[in-house]
Design a protein around this ligand. Structure first.
Ligand SMILES: Nc1ncnc2c1ncn2[C@@H]1O[C@H](COP(=O)(O)OP(=O)(O)OP(=O)(O)O)[C@@H](O)[C@H]1O
Ligand SMILES: [Mg+2]
Length: 283
């Protein structure tokens, strides 16, 4: 239960993934057998839910994404305790491709496009983990171009020549090519103009509402993330320190002040709140 949401008088019920969604319990991650980056993180994304994870630099947000997508090994990291399940099945040790086949796809931090490949070729990479016919790929490509008409006209241009916002559209489009049931976006807003961020979030929300795609956004832009999600978690130094409905977190002066650039008295009070939460959770 969240101290924050209890104080705001909103629902204090954590989203229960049951066997339908993503469930992370007591996750501990270590890099190089030395740096502990996650310390007992638990969170849930119900099937078709929209959840945000907020936190400052180094809080462990990207590490969480790497753990879910089974890509920690690329960074000399490993899960040393805890569980990650999707639809009741363990994802740990399943391999990165198996995670995508299970329906989880990410828009990685920094987009990670192939700059010398065209927009079209980058999008096709997203379908490569599925056993699909050329007709399926063509249909999915048209779906992505319908969602992002801005990149449709430029499908034969090199991705590296597109603007930051257009490249982010290609990155989201590439994830959509895998027909995800859950899309994880790591810093969707990073380096983009506010209007582009607004458009991208509205689009992801629309896919969530109309196609039932679950969404987990990892964000430093707390305002936009809480505006669109149903539930949120705040991470600090490898732990979840506050969680609650997005409405209750947005209304919370302390979270607002701390994550939207405030300081001083509100920050002190926020730290007191976090200390109370930690005590309540025995952490
Ligand atoms: N490959 C790595 N090897 C060793 N330590 C790492 C590695 N990657 C991340 N870390 C450490 O793990 C911690 C969490 O990093 P992580 O990248 O997950 O944070 P983050 O919340 O995504 O930060 P940001 O907002 O800057 O993206 C940090 O202390 C970081 O230094
Ligand atoms: Mg990160």
């Amino acid at each position: 239960m969240s101290t924050t949401s209890a104080r705001a008088g909103a629902s204090t019920t954590s989203p229960s993934a049951g066997t339908d969604g993503l469930a992370i319990r007591g996750l501990e991650v270590v890099y190089n057998n030395a740096v502990v980056a996650l310390r007992g993180v638990s969170l849930s994304v119900p099937e078709g839910g929209f959840v945000s994870v907020l936190g400052a630099n180094g809080a462990g947000k990207t590490t969480l994404v790497r753990a879910i997508t089974n890509l920690l090994f690329v960074h000399d990291g490993r899960v040393r305790d805890g569980s990650v399940t999707y639809g009741g099945q363990s994802l740990l040790d399943a391999g990165a491709r198996a995670v995508v086949r299970a329906g989880i796809c990410q828009v990685p931090e920094g987009r990670m496009l192939f700059p010398r490949l065209t927009v079209d070729e980058n999008l096709r990479v997203g379908a490569s983990t599925r056993k699909v016919t050329a007709a399926d790929v063509a249909a999915e490509l048209e779906h992505v171009y319908e969602v992002f008409p801005q990149i449709a006209d430029r499908r034969d241009e090199k991705a590296g020549l597109m603007s930051g916002g257009e490249q982010q559209m290609v990155a989201v489009g590439r994830a959509l090519m895998a027909k995800p049931r859950l899309m994880i976006c790591d810093e969707l807003s990073l380096g983009l103009a506010p209007l582009i961020v607004k458009d991208l979030f509205e689009l992801v929300s629309q896919l969530n509402r109309e196609e039932g795609m679950g969404v987990l956004v990892i964000e430093q832009n707390a305002r936009v993330a809480l505006q669109h999600s149903n539930y949120g978690y705040v991470m600090e130094t490898g732990k979840v320190v506050v969680e609650g409905t997005s409405a209750s977190l947005s209304e919370d002066d302390y979270v607002q002040e701390f994550y939207l650039g405030g300081a001083g008295e509100a920050k002190d009070a926020y730290e007191e709140l976090v200390a109370r939460y930690r005590k309540g959770n025995g952490s």
